[in-house]
Write a protein that binds this ligand. Structure first.
Ligand SMILES: Nc1ncnc2c1ncn2[C@@H]1O[C@H](COP(=O)(O)OP(=O)(O)OP(=O)(O)O)[C@@H](O)[C@H]1O
Ligand SMILES: [Mg+2]
Length: 227
């Protein structure tokens, strides 16, 4: 179980999220929805250790995760694909994957290539010359090279054509099924994400206003149709 315990966080005098508590079973898939500026990225950054909350902590299997320490959190088995593309553009696809896996061994490379055959086809290509969708898959592959138990993704479908969005969602479903990796995905594309996740939260002005199953959220179409 990953437990987010009463987290508040902000920037200077601005409170971005307040008293967020949430328990997510290992291996489950959670969608995080909400308007621009609602606090979704701030919550992800608190979990991965890129932002220190003013209050509260994140626990995994009952043990508090290190606050404000991304490398230590990644070593514990939590990976993060931030908003926007995050690859080394001048290096080849394969070099990007090898660098991402350097702490953990590179034997996982073949698994990534099986999951995303396009990365194998393009392994010698400069990452910066790949399309937006291909770069998103590479960013996902790089996160998977750290053998995560939890994979956090911040708006992985932004800027992608619908068919590529489906590829990314299918890839995430495969990762979850094959490796039991838990997935927490922030998305504006609610309909596509609801096909992937089993639970969802909606954050409004820094607070959770919905926390339930995908089926429950599907019944409240009026609630998520604004996103
Ligand atoms: N580095 C920062 N410095 C100051 N304020 C920030 C910073 N990052 C975020 N904020 C503010 O904190 C609030 C929450 O931002 P956050 O990025 O978490 O929202 P979000 O839900 O991810 O939005 P979006 O959907 O646009 O990505 C916003 O009001 C934002 O302006
Ligand atoms: Mg954001």
């Amino acid at each position: 179980m990953l437990d987010i315990v009463n987290i508040s966080a902000g920037y200077g005098s601005l409170n971005a999220i307040q008293n967020i508590s949430l328990s997510i079973p290992d291996g489950s898939k959670l969608g995080v929805f909400g308007h621009n500026g609602a606090g979704k990225t701030t919550l992800m950054r608190c979990i991965i250790g890129a932002h220190v909350p003013s209050q509260g902590e994140v626990r995994w299997h009952g043990e508090a995760l290190p606050k404000g320490d991304v490398p230590a959190t990644v070593k514990k088995g939590i990976a993060y694909v931030p908003q926007g593309h995050n690859v080394f553009p001048t290096l080849s696809v394969e070099k990007n994957l090898r660098i991402a896996g350097s702490l953990f061994g590179e034997e996982f490379l073949d698994e990534i290539y099986k999951l995303f055959p396009v990365l194998f086809e393009r392994r010698s290509q400069r990452a910066g010359s790949m399309s937006g969708g291909e770069q998103q898959m590479l960013a996902l592959g790089m996160a998977l090279m750290t053998h995560p138990k939890w994979l956090l993704l911040d708006e992985p479908s932004t800027g992608l054509a619908p068919v590529i969005v489906r590829n990314v969602m299918d890839g995430l479903r495969d990762v979850n099924k094959r490796f039991g990796t838990g997935i927490i995905v922030v998305e504006q594309n609610v309909p596509a994400t609801l096909k992937l996740v089993d639970h969802a939260i909606i954050i409004k002005s820094g607070q959770i206003v919905f926390n339930g199953t995908t089926a429950e959220l599907n019944d409240k179409k009026d609630l998520w149709e604004w996103f």
